[in-house]
Structure formats: structure tokens, C-alpha cells
Design a protein around this ligand. Structure first.
Ligand code: GRF
Length: 192
């Protein structure tokens, strides 16, 4: 099984996923797709020896959405780990039931365009929520929208700031995302 991880940011989740599957015989992270030159995830890829594909807006949204490049690498599952662009329909159609995302809140609350990173945690705290968490879900052509696969909750404590909450949520992500990816892979139909 070949994984492609799409990420725009620091790539700490990508690093955990690569680490988790290192040494397994049948799962390989074989591509990091990134839309941001200089993003931390590119350094992670370099350190781990994972090939990268730097993508641009025009071909992604109005061209072939890099489907040929992905098909050329025999990608079985696309994992979005902090990827900030919406997934174009062409890509969703090319990989039906084969794209998953992680979101740092309990969807359907605190999702959608602009709801990423610090913005999510600020909104959760400002609303006085008593809990937050992570949502791992299937991806369709709407932001943070497809069917949930797994949600894990964390308590928002009275003294929590966006930073402390982000830290707790990142730890949850590191713990659960690689395992959920593994489970998803075991249930994928065996064709590309
Ligand atoms: C994670 O919190 C993830 O939930 C969100 O983007 C963040 C990526 O963090 N979609 P990192 O780049 O893996 O550190």
C-alpha cells in the first residue's frame, strides 16, 4: 500500500506517520505533496528520504489536479495532514473513498474555510466549550465535510489557552492518526 501525505505546514503529523510505518513491509509513505515552498514538511521529507511534489494552484484547481503524477506513483491512499487547500473535484473523483483528513476539533463544529490551526482553538475557547478533540474523516469536495471515521475528545480546562489546547490536540493526533490510517488501509478495496 502506497501513501501520499499532503501537507502545507510544519509536518509534525507527517513525521509521526512516516515513523509509524517505517520498517513495515506492506505500507510505504512514498510521496509528500506540498503547496508551500519552504514549509517544514519538506525538511521532514528530505530527512526521511521521501520524495516530494511541490504543487501549484493553477494546475491543481484548473488543470489535471496532479492525478497523473499520483497515479504514476501507484498511490492507494491520500492522507491530508495539515493541508490547507480544498481538494478539487477531479482529485476526489480519481480517488473515491481513498482520501482522509485530520481536523483539530470535533466536526461539524469549528470546521470550514479559515478554520485551521490557532483559529480553531481560539474559536473553541471563545465559545466556552468544555471539550474539543480531533476528527479523522473521509474527504469530499467540501471543506472538512465528509463522513467521520474517528473522533477523540479532550477536555478544555479553565486555564487553557489556544497554545495549550493546540499542544494537547497535537498529542492526540500523533497517538491516533497513524493507527487510524493503518485500520483504513486494512479495509481498502484492493485495486488502484
Ligand atoms: C494538525 O493540527 C491537523 O489537525 C491540522 O493541521 C495541523 C497540522 O500540524 N489539519 P502539523 O503540520 O502536522 O504539525
Amino acid at each position: 500500500m502506497n501513501l501520499a501525505i499532503f501537507a502545507s505546514g510544519t509536518g509534525t503529523n507527517a513525521a509521526r506517520i512516516i515513523d509509524y510505518f517505517r520498517g513495515t513491509v506492506n505500507v510505504k509513505v512514498c510521496l509528500i505533496v506540498c503547496n508551500k515552498p519552504g514549509a517544514g514538511v519538506l525538511a521532514v521529507a528530505e530527512k526521511e528520504g521521501v520524495p516530494t511534489l511541490l504543487i501549484e494552484k493553477e494546475p491543481f484547481f484548473r488543470g489535471g489536479a496532479y492525478v497523473d503524477e499520483l497515479k504514476g506513483k501507484n498511490i492507494d491512499l491520500i492522507v491530508l495532514a495539515g493541508f490547507l487547500w480544498k481538494i478539487p473535484e477531479a482529485l476526489v473523483r480519481a480517488y473515491p473513498g481513498r482520501i482522509i483528513n485530520i481536523h483539530p476539533a470535533l466536526l461539524p463544529k469549528y470546521g470550514g474555510k479559515g478554520m485551521y490551526g490557532r483559529h480553531v482553538h481560539e474559536a473553541v475557547i471563545a465559545a466556552g466549550e468544555k471539550e474539543s478533540g480531533i476528527t479523522i474523516h473521509w474527504v469530499d469536495e467540501h471543506y472538512d465535510h465528509g463522513e467521520p471515521i474517528r473522533q477523540v475528545k479532550v477536555i478544555v480546562e479553565p486555564g487553557d489557552t489556544p497554545e495549550t489546547l493546540a499542544k494537547k490536540i497535537h498529542l492526540l493526533e500523533y497517538e491516533h492518526f497513524p493507527k487510524v490510517i493503518e485500520e483504513v488501509l486494512t479495509h481498502l478495496p484492493n485495486h488502484r
